[in-house]
Each structure stands twice: as structure tokens, then as C-alpha cells.
Design a protein around this ligand. Structure first.
Ligand code: ADP
Length: 246
């Protein structure tokens, strides 16, 4: 599998403290990967590096044929280059419909005037319908987003990110606060999404990671402690020590 994201020898120091310590690993172009690790392992800092929010002190991050770390691309440029990030809390426009939220998120050049006099074109409306169906909201296009369940809001936000056509999507604890049925839908959605792009899920919930049934990277003290299937890494004595040994 050819790598889409290559993290190589990356270190980040905050006030003399090494949050990321010589971190190296790759993500494939159509891969679903879970990143786990105890609090403070460096998971958030890793996502901050990949999205340009935090600059590494050392090492390189390559996305496709672009160097994120060396060129010092801005957060906006990195997003344009095809990296999307889903934070834990959904940030949809609650007083707008599902349709309008997705329409606003579509990737296209817009002049300020185009926004003022905006009328959705037919191809855009078709694309919005397809996005809504992709995330399981095909029957809810006319509903105000504020009326959706927590899970539905999360899927709407995923749809809004997909509207930007990312090649890599970073998703932070997607199933937190969801009902069992919502978690199952989210699992299926992430697995499906990873068939056409790379999806990296940062997750605390091991049961949810088990359902994803994908390769797992365990971070500890800013470096990779173990990598492989969930069964493989949870049998690793070093991982057991980190999770249970204190
Ligand atoms: P995780 O997401 O795995 O819980 P983080 O990436 O948030 O871990 O944090 C890794 C380590 O870096 C932690 O020890 C945290 O306290 C520290 N850290 C993160 N951001 C900062 C910052 N802006 N300033 C100082 N220390 C930080």
C-alpha cells in the first residue's frame, strides 16, 4: 500500500517538554487507521501537526507529494490540499437546514457577490443529496440541523467535511456520546469512507476500535509504542504496562 501521509522523525517540544518524540509512521491512501494511547500520549498534538496548527521542531510530514512541515503550509492551505479534521463536538449551523449546511460546505471558488446572490445550481443540489445519503441523512435534508440527534449532527459534520473532498480525514472520538445504534452507523460510515480516502480515527473507546477492525497505532510519550491489529497490540506487554501498570 503506497503511503499518503508519511510522518518521519517528528519531534515537538512545548516549554522544554517533548510532547512528540521522534514519531514516525505512515498512513495508506485508502486506509482506515485507529490511533489510541493514554492521556498525554500526543494524539491531539499529532493531529495539530498534520493540520498545520503546530509546527514540528524536527522531522518531516509528507502528504502525497507535498511536504507539510518543510513548506510551512498554513492551516487553510493544508485543508485545501485535502486534509479534513473532525473535532469531537459537532459545529453545524443549527438554525440552517441539513441541505443548507451541506450546500455551504461544497468545495468551489466563490466570490463575495456569488454568496450574496447565491441560488443553488442543479448539479450542486444533486451533490448535496448524494452527500446526505452517503452519511445517512438522505431523509432529513429539509430539517433544521438543531433538531437532529447528537449522532445525526456528527454525521452532518462528516458530510460537510466530505463536501470538501478530502483525501485524508482525521476524526477525533467520533462515537463519543452516541447511542448503540448511532455507533453502529458511525462504524459503517467510517469503514465505507475509507474505501475512497484515508481515514484516521483517534479513539479512547476500545470496543469502538474493535468494531472498526483496522490497523491500530498505539502512541505513548509522543512515539509509536506498538502497531498492528487490536488483538496484537493489546497482547503487547509494553501496551498492557502503559494502560494498566500505573
Ligand atoms: P493526548 O491527545 O494523547 O491526550 P496531547 O497531544 O494533548 O495528548 O498532549 C501531549 C503532551 O503534550 C501532554 O503531556 C500535554 O500536557 C502536552 N501539551 C500539549 N499541548 C501543549 C501546549 N500547548 N503547551 C504545553 N504542553 C502541551
Amino acid at each position: 500500500m503506497s503511503a499518503l501521509l508519511e510522518v518521519s522523525g517528528v519531534s515537538v517540544t512545548f516549554d522544554g517538554f517533548r510532547a512528540i518524540n521522534n514519531l514516525s509512521f505512515n498512513i495508506g491512501a485508502r486506509e482506515l487507521r485507529a490511533i489510541i494511547g493514554p492521556n498525554g500520549a500526543g494524539k491531539t498534538t499529532f493531529m495539530d501537526i498534520v493540520t498545520g496548527k503546530t509546527r514540528p521542531d524536527q522531522g518531516s510530514v509528507t502528504f502525497g507529494d507535498r511536504s507539510i512541515s518543510l513548506l510551512k503550509l498554513s492551516e487553510a492551505r493544508i485543508a485545501q490540499a485535502g486534509i479534513g479534521r473532525k473535532f469531537q463536538r459537532p459545529t453545524v449551523f443549527e438554525d440552517q437546514t441539513v441541505f443548507d449546511n451541506l450546500m455551504m460546505a461544497l468545495k468551489k471558488p466563490r466570490s463575495p457577490f456569488a454568496v450574496l446572490f447565491f441560488r443553488p445550481s442543479r448539479p450542486d443540489a444533486v451533490r448535496v443529496q448524494a452527500l446526505a445519503e452517503e452519511v445517512g441523512l438522505g431523509q432529513h435534508l429539509a430539517r433544521k440541523s438543531g433538531e437532529l440527534s447528537h449522532g445525526q449532527k456528527q454525521w452532518l459534520e462528516i458530510g460537510m467535511l466530505l463536501a470538501q473532498e478530502p483525501r485524508l480525514l482525521l476524526v477525533d472520538e467520533p462515537a463519543a456520546g452516541m447511542t448503540l445504534a448511532e455507533r453502529e452507523h458511525t462504524t459503517a460510515l467510517l469503514v465505507e469512507m475509507a474505501k475512497t480516502r484515508a481515514v484516521v480515527v483517534v479513539e479512547h473507546d476500545m470496543e469502538f476500535v474493535r468494531r472498526l477492525d483496522c490497523k491500530v497505532t498505539v502512541l505513548h510519550e509522543g512515539a509509536v509504542l506498538a502497531e498492528g491489529s487490536l488483538d496484537h497490540v493489546t497482547r503487547n506487554p509494553a501496551v498492557i504496562e502503559v494502560y494498566l501498570g500505573r
